[in-house]
Design a protein around this ligand. Structure first.
Ligand code: HGA
Length: 623
């Protein structure tokens, strides 16, 4: 999603800003821009194309300076268009532009997030003579800071921030203070990068890889003043109503570059699907036995103090949480509810302090999930645990306990290896809770561990089904609708399969628990409707077979992923791919893999932009 990079240095920082944006590019964006303090004024380049094009434009226009800010935008307010791209400049009564010249004021600003009271602020600033050039919510901040500016940028920003409602990370500089950038965060991530005689700011430490490894993770409400060779962090003291200095630890962070090599693969998504055996093995690497301490010090005490689990997540992570509910209730015997974070955060729910709140997020920066976590805590639920792929993320810092999955950087917007490694983390959590609650004997522990350790090999065998899945995908590419069916543990897998197909092939897909078919969706079934069925050889198979008959009787085309030992044979209208082995409780981790491959190859056959599907972004840092 949106990215911010800013710098104050003696050297030309445009290459650093542009390189930083490139590192964040994979998260998805629709436009980008850079602004610098040059020749005593503000200069910028903006583009609705790729960062590479922005770089060419900046080079051509001779944009080069030591102070600047840059941005990749994922539009929330106003269309993806050059005039809405950041950085925004203030323009108004203080601009001092010669008649006829472009109205350029003295403030340049980039913003991640959403300003909820932008309408009210826009009306006020227009009345003061400010001229709006975009439809964004962001632009009000630039004009507001300009209005409050009287020679000290930090002071103007500190006055402006309390007037903003919503979530933001901002970076700002001023025409009248050439070697200064001020940045602030409230609800969107932001880090400070400390260099030798120069300072940087970014929405993710990854953007500064190779520039500095000295990172300060700014906290909500922090404002940082960056100058040459010095920085100063302050925050509002609500008792005095004044901003005061705060100290934050500088950490050495070896942030990796997001730009992983594609190797022999066509897309990152394909690479990431095929990396799953290694990602799962890495996630299990440090696990020698089941114990609560896998989730951090003090986990045993926490697990003893809870008798419920509440899982909060969005998108694919919501489906890993939904799968875990089946495990947690059947294996650990602990009542579990799973909530979509964006719903939970605003819902009037009944809090129970004896609940373990589990958040799931690949990036650990998902705005809705972080807000839901804070909402749960504010309601008195203090025991929190996250399953997350980024050890340095806000989510990990916010939660009492954590399990860090080791999927490695996931570049494709449609999550694959993050999902299966989340499932591994959630299965370990199930076993640790089962153990604490007296439901895991030694023999069971040994059996589950053996199955977990064999998973990478089992997933590898499923990946070998790719040619068969490709044959199906050619059929799917011609369809505009698809249904996915599953039962029990595999219903969330059907949901995830449908989501993958929607996200990257733009085929309308819906998933249902197979028993629900006759209660409505059966009306959609015709010869034109492919019905994908996740059919492991479990206790529900006979029920599922009846549901499949209901589809066949209406001429629907069934595409079944069955286990090797299942008596379902291919015939007209019934296509079967056999999974190499039946995997009991861990079967969802295997069954999701061919669904990922089906979505991927269908999207390739339709020629979509697989790694950057339209309208979507990777880490969803806005509400
Ligand atoms: N609301 C701003 C910034 C959007 C954003 O942070 N996206 O990730 C805009 O629409 O420009």
């Amino acid at each position: 999603m949106c990215g911010i990079v800013g710098a104050v240095s003696q050297r030309n920082i445009v290459p650093i800003l542009v390189e930083g944006l490139k590192r964040l590019e994979y998260r998805g964006y629709d436009s980008c821009g850079v602004a610098v303090h040059q020749d005593g004024g503000l200069r910028r380049a903006r583009s609705t194309s790729r960062v590479a094009e922005l770089q060419a434009q900046a080079d051509q226009d001779g944009i080069a300076a030591g102070t600047g800010i840059a941005h990749t935008r994922w539009a929330t307010h106003g269309a993806p268009a050059v005039h809405n791209a950041h950085p925004h400049f203030s323009a108004g009564p203080n601009s001092g532009n010669p008649a006829g010249a472009e109205a350029v004021g003295r403030i340049a600003l980039v913003h991640n997030g959403i300003i909820e009271n932008h309408d009210e602020l826009r009306a006020e600033l227009k009345a003061r003579g400010y001229v709006f050039a975009s439809q964004t919510d962001t632009e009000v901040i630039a004009h507001l800071i300009d209005h409050l500016y009287s020679g000290d940028l930090l002071d103007a920003v500190q006055q402006a921030l309390p007037r903003l409602k919503g979530a933001y990370a901002v970076a700002v500089f001023c025409r009248d203070e050439p070697h200064r950038v001020v940045a602030a965060r409230e609800g969107s991530p932001l880090v400070l990068g400390v260099g030798e005689g120069e300072n940087f700011v970014a929405s993710d430490a990854m953007a500064l890889a190779g520039v500095t490894d000295q990172i300060v993770y700014l906290e909500e409400g922090d404002v940082v003043d960056l100058q040459l060779g010095r920085y100063w962090i302050s925050r509002l003291d609500t008792t005095t109503g004044r901003f005061g200095a705060v100290q934050r630890e500088v950490k050495t962070v070896h942030a990796h570059s997001g730009a992983a090599e594609l190797g022999p693969y066509r897309h990152y998504m394909q690479k990431e699907i095929f990396e799953q055996p290694v990602a799962i093995a890495n996630t299990l690497d440090a696990v020698t036995g089941i114990s609560p301490e896998l989730f951090g010090d003090g986990a045993y005490r926490v697990f003893k103090e809870v008798d419920k689990v509440l899982i909060l997540a969005c998108g694919t992570s919501y489906y890993s949480g939904s799968t875990a509910k089946y495990w947690l209730e059947s294996i650990a015997r602990i009542p579990t509810s799973v909530e979509i974070a964006s719903e939970y955060r605003y819902r009037d729910s009944v809090p129970d302090p004896r609940t373990l709140v589990v958040t799931i997020s690949q990036s650990g920066e998902t705005a809705d999930t972080i807000a839901a976590l804070k909402h749960a805590r504010a309601q008195g639920m203090k025991h929190t645990l996250t399953i997350c792929n980024v050890a340095t993320s806000a989510m990990v810092r916010e939660c009492e306990l954590a399990y860090i999955t080791r999927a490695g950087a996931e570049i494709g917007v449609a999550s694959t290896k993050a999902f299966t490694t989340q499932l591994v983390g959630l299965f370990l959590l199930t076993l640790a809770l089962a153990q604490t609650r007296g439901h895991l004997g030694e023999a069971d522990e040994a059996r589950h561990l053996k199955n977990l350790r064999h998973l990478p090999v089992a997933v590898q065998a499923v990946l070998a089904l790719e040619p068969q899945v490709i044959a199906w995908s050619e059929e799917f590419a011609r369809k505009e609708n698809a249904l996915f069916l599953g039962r029990g543990l595999h219903y969330p897998i059907a949901l995830e399969g449908a989501l993958k197909l929607k996200e990257i092939s733009y085929i309308h897909a819906e998933a249902y628990p197979a028993g629900e078919l006759k209660h409505g969706p059966l009306a959609l079934v015709t010869a034109e409707m492919p019905v994908v069925t996740v059919a492991p050889n479990d206790a529900l198979l006979e029920k599922l077979k009846s549901n499949m008959q209901e589809v066949r009787a209406r001429g629907g085309q069934l595409y079944v992923f069955a286990d090797g030992d299942t008596a379902i044979e291919s015939e007209v209208g019934l296509h079967v791919i056999r999974m190499p082995e039946h995997y009991g409780a861990l079967s969802p981790i295997l069954h999701v893999v061919p669904l990922q491959l089906l979505a991927y190859h269908t999207a390739c056959a339709r020629g979509t932009d697989v790694d950057k599907p339209r309208n979507l972004a990777k880490s969803v840092t806005v509400e």
